[in-house]
Design a protein around this ligand. Structure first.
Ligand SMILES: Cc1cc2nc3c(=O)[nH]c(=O)nc-3n(C[C@H](O)[C@H](O)[C@H](O)COP(=O)(O)O)c2cc1C
Length: 217
């Protein structure tokens, strides 16, 4: 198998491109598109966003100590890209893209009402990494669009039409391949070839993971 060796660069894809809203007291809110975003801790829930110092949003987030991550749907893809190529120094992004400010109980910074999932974060650390400063945010709360709540009280995230960003391009999400732990779950009705060591189809049987939340890393 042949491989090419490249110099160091960012190739961790796909990632979510998110719309981060921010606001300094007494000023208009702003939105910056961020692809260098991630979940960094489960308990307490913490996330990171990496922002270049020259971005208008950088100092707003530094001064206010808070930001909101708004997940991006297919419908919001155009606005997401636009907010990533225009600066809030020159325009009012909420107004220009006809987005609605949503004021939650968690903080002054508004979320984007049109986004189905809004993650409210307080900055607990800023790591000066080089080109980007990484803001570590403690999640103070989340709001979700109740249009996606089903009759059992489950939030149907898969119906929101979220998008991914990969190597400079935006993608709609494709078909579902499985569920957390599917690789070790017994499938009813499938032919099982047992081996002497108790392996099924060549894989040693393991119990499926249990617990309430099955998406935790
Ligand atoms: C898909 C996409 C991803 C981006 N990711 C980042 C990022 O992770 N960090 C960053 O500092 N800028 C990122 N940018 C660039 C900023 O969003 C862009 O410079 C924006 O105009 C800054 O807005 P502001 O000056 O109003 O803060 C991204 C842009 C796009 C289109």
């Amino acid at each position: 198998m042949g491989k090419q060796s490249w110099k160091a660069g960012n190739m961790l894809y796909p990632v979510p491109a998110v719309m981060v809203s921010c606001k300094r007291a007494g000023e208009k809110p702003n939105i910056i598109t961020v692809a260098w975003a991630g979940t960094v801790c489960s308990e307490p829930a913490m996330v990171s966003i990496s922002v270049r110092k020259e971005r208008y949003s950088h100092d707003i987030i530094t001064d206010s100590g808070e930001f909101v991550i708004n997940l991006v749907t297919e419908k919001l893809a155009g606005a997401c890209d636009w907010c990533g190529v225009r600066s809030g120094r020159d325009c009012d992004k909420f107004r220009e893209k006809k987005l609605t400010e949503y004021k939650s109980e968690f903080m002054d910074t508004p979320a984007i009402a049109e986004s189905p999932v809004n993650i409210y974060c307080k900055v607990v650390n800023i790591d000066r990494l080089g080109s980007h400063d990484m803001f570590i945010g403690k999640v103070m709360g989340v709001t979700v669009d109740d249009a996606y709540m089903d009759e059992k009280g489950r939030f149907a995230l898969e119906k929101c039409g979220l998008i991914a960003y990969s190597h400079g391009e935006y993608y709609a999400l494709g078909r579902k391949l499985g569920k957390f732990g599917f690789s070790v779950k017994k499938t009813a009705g499938r032919s099982k070839k047992k081996t002497a060591a108790g392996a099924v189809n060549g894989t040693v049987k393991k119990k499926a993971p249990t617990g309430k939340r099955k998406d935790k890393a």
